[in-house]
Ligand binder design. Sequence first.
Ligand code: ZN
Length: 313
Amino acid sequence: MAAAMAAFALLHALPAHSYLPMGDGSGGVFVSAHWQSTPIPIEISTNVSAVGTKLQGSTSFQTVIQNSLNSWNQAPNFQTPLGTVTTSTAQAPDGTNLICFCTSGVVFNQNDGTLALTVTQFSGSQITGANIFFNPNPTGVCFITDSNASCANGTDFAQDLQTVATHELGHFIGLDHSAVVRATMYPFAPAKETQLSWDDVAGASLLYPKAALDVGTGGISGTISKTGAVFGAHVFANPTGSNNPFGAFPSIRKTPIGTLSDLSGNYTIIGLPPDDYVVYAEPLDGPVLDGNVAWAQDFGQGSVMTDFTTRFH
Ligand SMILES: [Zn+2]
């Protein structure tokens, strides 16, 4: 069985539109990747010596990661695959699903603003392991663990660590980047945003749906075509009503929910809670670009199609 790896960088961007699972579309039909066995054991390294003064704040690394895990574990409509957390002092991958400021296992480019990387191992469409590596020396940035903290170097940008951890855990469970700008899985980190969005919840519950949904949802599907099928259009449903269907989950933010069209131009957006929606189709031509998502690669294509203009109905 083929083994593959995927890595997604969360980029630091100033300032800084869809849920998208990782998976395989090589047969023309997209198959989402899932963890082979759940619950997933997780190891947090409490050894943060590699990050030095680039980590500031009174809250511990372990607590920040646990807070991020809690955000996913408590998400509506989502049967969390995340399991028991243990701790270690590992500074290199050790065969566990390690979350760390590691000194080896991944090499960060010192000239970019990469904050963290999640490296995932696959066997076919099964996820067999993953590590989350935080960059111990991000250029022009430091990590803070509480809002009162500031960087040791006054010119560094203070990046909330939990914001980054929550994003990386989305990759860890099997989500690709989202082109929905306010989604947790958007590839560029805001200074602080620790709450999941409707888009993230839709993606998580697509992969690991709760048997009895907390909030009933529906779907919208269609086809994007120009002279022929449009592959890789970003199609998103923007909620325009005043409903608050996730009101019992006050930590969930209302955002559009989106996806990308497949090789036939077909799209299906599921996980839509009750509201009114306007559906848009737009090219993936910025701020999120083809290179930020694995969609074209998943389908064995060179790139998604962007030679069209935004439409909505
Ligand atoms: Zn990412």
